[in-house]
Design a protein around this ligand. Structure first.
Ligand SMILES: [Zn+2]
Length: 242
């Protein structure tokens, strides 16, 4: 099993949005990763990063004022970093623009795997507004959507397990690979969040997110490496080692 981190781009915004008790005047710039998991039999893409159009002009691409709070930089879009013809399926961890934004760049023959709770929230007006989802990222997309409910053995052999870790969004999922590695994604943006719970100012459910952080902390304390979602001090493009 090989795991590689791709860096699609960067987001910059007020630090206080991303970590509680930060100085709102301070700007924080963090990486936007995607991952490729290569098993004996298939290649799985985890998340799709930012869309180049969103990086060029976020407000125009998505509409609405919220995006004016951020600036985006593109390193390289996901479909230029992997050969899409080699990807068998795409795991979407959640429907935020920095995870699903690049989906439309990938052939519609590749199915996505997403938690049912997340997908249903992505079709609910109140949940869309509360969670800053942008439906243009994932609607009108002809591909097959494979919905899962809770923890899910992705390949049927226990090697890759999707973990339902809600709170950041209604059906956020993390990815456990073997016994020793967990892509925690946005349960915590920063590695320290597992311990200090200085989580983002926004969430679908803050209490549920803290419980998910506790779950990942227990896996870490049990010996697994838990990779946070956007920690510039931790994330490095290239092979991911335990
Ligand atoms: Zn994110």
């Amino acid at each position: 099993m090989k795991i590689e981190m791709l860096n699609v781009g960067w987001v910059t915004g007020s630090a206080a949005i991303w970590r509680r008790d930060e100085d709102p005047e301070k700007q924080l710039r963090f990486p936007v990763p995607a991952y490729v998991i290569e098993t004996e039999t298939e290649r799985i893409l985890v998340d799709t990063g930012l869309h180049p159009g969103a990086c060029a002009d976020p407000s125009a691409f998505y509409g609405g004022p919220a995006m004016s709070l951020f600036s985006f930089e593109l390193d390289q879009p996901v479909h230029e970093q992997v050969d899409p013809a080699t990807i068998d399926r795409i795991v979407i961890t959640h429907l935020h623009y920095d995870h699903v934004g690049g989906l439309s760049l990938l052939p519609s023959s590749i199915p996505i795997v997403v938690q049912r709770r997340e997908w249903e929230a992505g079709g609910d007006t109140g949940a869309i507004e509360r969670n800053f989802f942008y439906p243009r990222d994932y609607v009108n997309d002809e591909r097959e959507v494979i919905l899962v409910d809770g923890d899910h053995d992705l390949l049927g052999d226990g090697s890759v397990e999707l973990l339902l870790t809600p709170g950041h969004t209604p059906g956020h999922q993390s990815v456990r690979i073997g016994e020793d590695l967990v892509l925690g994604i946005d349960v915590t943006h920063f590695a320290s969040g597992l311990d200090d719970h200085r989580l983002p100012a926004f969430a679908d459910d803050h209490a549920e997110q803290r419980r998910s952080a506790e779950r990942l902390r227990a896996l870490r304390d049990g010996g697994a490496r838990v990779i946070p979602g956007h920690d510039p001090d931790v994330l490095r493009p290239g092979p991911v080692t335990v």
